[in-house]
Design a protein around this ligand. Structure first.
Ligand code: ASP
Length: 342
């Protein structure tokens, strides 16, 4: 039933049939663990912030979004928000999604330009529209409708990295790289990051968010896994949650966060579920452009997961990589499990 129809039906039925108010203390019969927040390696400040908010007895979604906003606003993180690396035209395009476990609701924006905090816009898509995903100009227009200000997101440093990439593309064009460019693009090419942050709150409810500037120097309009529910993020409030970073294309072909949560539903621990997902992706990476000469994949992906019991884990195709974890007592980086040693 469409939401609109539901409202109509509710009006006909009268006060007995109103939308049930979300009550975070409506705990299910499932045993729940202590609050926890997990994030990618760039997310220590995010897990810290998320836990502070969770400990104030707020909804996990408030915590994780406030957490990733710190990284979105940081000009020195070139993988997210302000300071993110641009597309091939030198324009920053951002992707984000969020999911709220207790209502199983989700919102997302993709290819949004000039808005620093796409995660906040994703939340508004979830809470203030009947849609899940809004892209491009529509997403920008929607954000402005809600009072977001347009800003230039390309920092001078990100512009120089992009320019160095453009000037080094070919020896047969009219663009010459600076003789001794200090910052080379190679270290950023194909290895941008993303931040994902998942939280289990004091009510036993789980929410999460993923936000990114995507693949550096991408074709304009390219959308990766990060704003796609089931790929860059998935939550089932009865089971657990998964978020991801890394090569979005291979994640998209496997809807890998959904898969990871399903593996946890089948009884796997968060770490084992993440590892099994990595193995499935490697099995499915059949085309030659995804393989090295030795037959191994030429890309990486990392999955981060928590379950309802407050257990956590992460795994990468190539590792170990790091992930941030706050269990209410410590806020530290741990190493992921992995298939191949990097
Ligand atoms: N997953 C992101 C994307 O493909 C990029 C990354 O995490 O490195 O857009």
């Amino acid at each position: 039933m469409k939401r609109r129809d539901f409202f109509k039906k509710s009006a006909i039925l009268g006060s007995a049939a109103v939308l049930p108010a979300f009550n975070p203390s409506n705990l299910s019969a499932i045993s729940v663990g202590d609050p926890i927040a997990i994030s990618s390696a760039n997310g220590l400040r995010a897990t810290q912030k998320a836990m502070e908010i969770i400990q104030q007895k707020k909804d996990a979604l408030d915590g994780v979004i406030a957490g990733v906003n710190i990284i979105e606003n940081d000009p020195n993180d070139h993988s997210v928000g302000y300071g993110g690396l641009p597309n091939e035209l030198g324009i920053v395009e951002l992707d984000s999604c969020c999911m709220h476990g207790p209502t199983h609701n989700a919102g997302a924006v993709a290819s949004i330009r000039n808005i620093k905090n796409p995660s906040k816009v994703a939340r508004l898509v979830m809470e203030r529209t009947d849609h899940v995903l809004i892209v491009g100009d529509g997403a920008l227009h929607f954000a402005k409708t809600h009072g977001f200000k347009e800003e230039e997101l390309l920092t001078d440093k990100a512009r120089k990295i992009w320019l160095n990439w453009k000037e080094s593309l070919s020896k047969n064009d009219d663009w010459f790289p600076e003789e001794q460019a200090k910052e080379t693009y190679e270290q950023y090419f194909n290895i941008t990051g993303t931040i994902t942050c998942l939280g289990l709150d004091t009510y036993g409810n789980i929410s999460g968010v993923t936000t990114t500037s995507g693949l550096a120097f991408k074709i304009p309009g390219r959308v990766g896994d990060s704003p796609i529910i089931g790929a860059g993020l998935y939550i089932d409030n009865e089971v657990g949650a998964c978020g991801s970073t890394g090569r979005g294309e291979e994640n998209l072909k496997n809807l890998s966060c959904f898969l990871t949560v399903e593996f946890m539903r089948d009884g796997l621990s968060p770490e084992d579920a993440c590892l099994k997902t990595c193995k499935r992706i490697v099995q499915h990476a059949k085309i030659p452009s995804l393989k090295k000469d030795n037959g191994k994949p030429n890309f990486n992906l990392t999955f981060y997961a928590i379950n309802k019991q407050g257990e956590y884990g992460a795994a990468s195709i190539y590792g170990p990589r790091k992930f941030a974890l706050n269990d209410g007592k410590t806020n530290v980086l741990y190493e992921t499990a992995f298939i191949y040693k990097k």
